[in-house]
Design a protein around this ligand. Structure first.
Ligand code: ADP
Length: 520
């Protein structure tokens, strides 16, 4: 990483060619052109020895002019043209080895040669320039394509900002920073190489660029003394932020092609930022809506489930207090039983809420131990005896069931919730079946009732917190938490729980599967 940062730090030096490198390149072009003329001269002298006419040798001198135009561009080609005219005159026209020309015919030949060479070099240089700009355009298109593909792969805003800086810095060979609005100003949110130094002049330039939607800073009339050149990132929705590029010692850090590329990169970056910001907005409004839904469900459930038993307790207690003398033994016992029953319901409700809180806060640590599931089934049935009084309970335990690693308290709570539901949602007098058997390497525990079952579309959703099937809503008290707690507890013990509708008769069937662990 450090290495990458260090090498990235050399951008300004080896990126846009420095003046020194440019001078060297020019010198090489002129030297190359001169070399080509020398080669043509050698060839011309050889041809002369072979008695080829001087007029034809002019064609040999056209070669270096055309080659220089194609290889180096117009100016070196004109330079080659000038050298060719001089060499042609010096070595081939009498008097030899002087720059004077005796024959007027030769003057005409030389002038025509110079004219042809100039026109040809112009044409060749133009073809070269066109080819170069085509190639550059193709490179830019390819760079943009790669850039947009890279950005499309990123989802989080911070990762995206970093990727934008990295890509721009790599493509334009200039250290890059990205600023986004924060608290009425702009703050550096990413930089490659990492750098969040913002001199005062740079802050002002970036702000100006963001507010005016135009470039500012180094190399522009606005805040020219800033260390970076700032470009706004704009979309149809306005300016989203500013990208800043450091330059070398020359004013603008970028050539005009690079400037065009930067503009295109900034447009794409702005679109990518907008995409991620919109996605984040949608996500957070979804979370807010979900939280709101849960809060509303909790409030509805609280008001219903606390009020109903409280009203019964209050009513029974008031009757006992004021009319005790007028009530016979049985009526009094009935009122006391109601108080007891409703208080138990309240207790269950609050215990459910606490369990749910423990599950949601991740504070649930099951105390696993090797247990015999029939023991826990027995104690759950005992605890639910009162609730199951109106139903017939049938037990089908396969013989020789292996021990399973479970938390007996949590498992009993799961069984209790399922039995409570079976009693609630299946009519009195029907049968509730409790079954345990071995299936491969898992112990299956099933609770089946003879109620109306669960709509197919709700079989999975009933495990969501606060989810209640509508038709059941008003008829029976409940929070919609029981099954969510069952699933939370069962999964915390490495098991699974699913709901079915019975195929042998009507009614719901809940199946839990627990892997048979090694005995400790
Ligand atoms: P609650 O019973 O408090 O509403 P649960 O989470 O225990 O909450 O159950 C969620 C929903 O699943 C219930 O409202 C009910 O519609 C449905 N449900 C649960 N058990 C059964 C069952 N045995 N038969 C039919 N429907 C059931």
């Amino acid at each position: 990483m450090l290495q990458a940062i260090r090498s990235a730090g050399a951008f300004a030096r080896d990126g846009a060619p420095s003046r020194w490198a440019r001078t060297l390149a020019y010198a090489a072009a002129y030297a190359g052109s001169a070399g080509m003329v020398v080669a043509a001269l050698a060839m011309g002298l050889l041809l002369q020895r072979a008695h080829i006419g001087v007029a034809n040798i002019a064609l040999v001198f056209l070669l270096p002019v055309l080659l220089a135009a194609i290889t180096y561009g117009l100016m070196p080609a004109l330079f080659a043209c000038l050298l060719s005219v001089l060499a042609y005159n010096f070595f081939f026209f009498p008097p030899l080895y002087t720059l004077t020309i005796a024959d007027t015919d030769n003057v005409v030949t030389l002038l025509i040669f110079a004219l042809v060479a100039t026109i040809a070099s112009n044409l060749a240089a133009r073809v070269r320039a066109q080819a170069l700009s085509e190639r550059q355009r193709a490179q830019v298109t390819e760079s943009l394509f790669r850039f947009s593909r890279k950005l499309a792969e990123v989802f989080g805003l911070d990762d995206l900002l970093w990727a934008i800086c990295y890509q721009i810095a790599q493509m334009l060979k200039a250290p890059t920073v990205l600023l986004l609005p924060e608290g009425g100003s702009l703050a550096v949110r990413a930089g490659y190489p990492p750098d969040d130094a913002m001199p005062e002049e740079d802050v002002a330039a970036a702000l100006w660029s963001s507010q005016h939607g135009a470039p500012a800073g180094r190399g522009t009339p606005e805040f020219a003394s800033a260390t970076r050149f700032y470009l706004p990132l704009r979309t149809g929705r306005g300016t989203l932020g500013v990208v800043g590029l450091e330059g070398d010692e020359a004013g603008l850090p970028l050539g005009s092609d690079q400037q065009r590329l930067l503009n295109a990169l900034a447009d794409q970056a702005a679109l990518a930022i907008e995409r991620v910001q919109l996605a984040e907005d949608i996500e957070s409004s979804k979370v807010a809506a979900e939280t709101e839904r849960l809060r509303a469900a909790l409030l509805t459930s609280l008001s219903h489930d606390l009020r109903t038993p409280l009203a019964s307790i209050l009513g029974s207690a008031t009757s006992l207090k004021h009319h005790r003398a007028a009530l016979d033994e049985d009526s009094q016992a009935e009122l006391i039983a109601t108080i007891e029953e409703e208080a138990e319901r309240l207790h269950r409700f609050i215990a459910n809420l606490l369990d749910m809180t423990r599950l949601e806060s991740g504070g649930l640590a099951p105390k696993l131990e090797m247990i015999d599931v029939s023991d826990v089934i027995g104690s759950a049935l005992n605890r639910a005896a009162h609730i199951l009084a109106q139903h017939r309970v049938a037990l089908e335990m396969a013989p020789g069931l292996p021990m399973v690693k479970l938390d007996p308290v949590l498992f009993e709570q799961v069984l209790f919730n399922l039995l409570d539901n079976a009693a609630k949602y299946a009519p009195a007098g029907t049968r509730i079946l409790l079954r345990a058997r071995l299936d491969g390497t898992s112990v299956l525990v099933e609770i089946a009732d003879e109620g109306s079952g669960i709509p197919e579309g709700d079989l999975e959703r009933i495990f969501d917190p606060f989810y209640r099937v509508h038709s059941a809503d008003h008829k029976r008290a409940g929070t919609g938490l029981g099954l969510a707690i069952c699933r939370g507890f069962v999964e915390a013990m490495d098991g699974t729980i699913v709901a079915f509708n019975r195929s042998d008769t009507h009614g719901a069937l809940f199946r839990m599967a627990f892997p048979v662990g090694a005995a400790t």
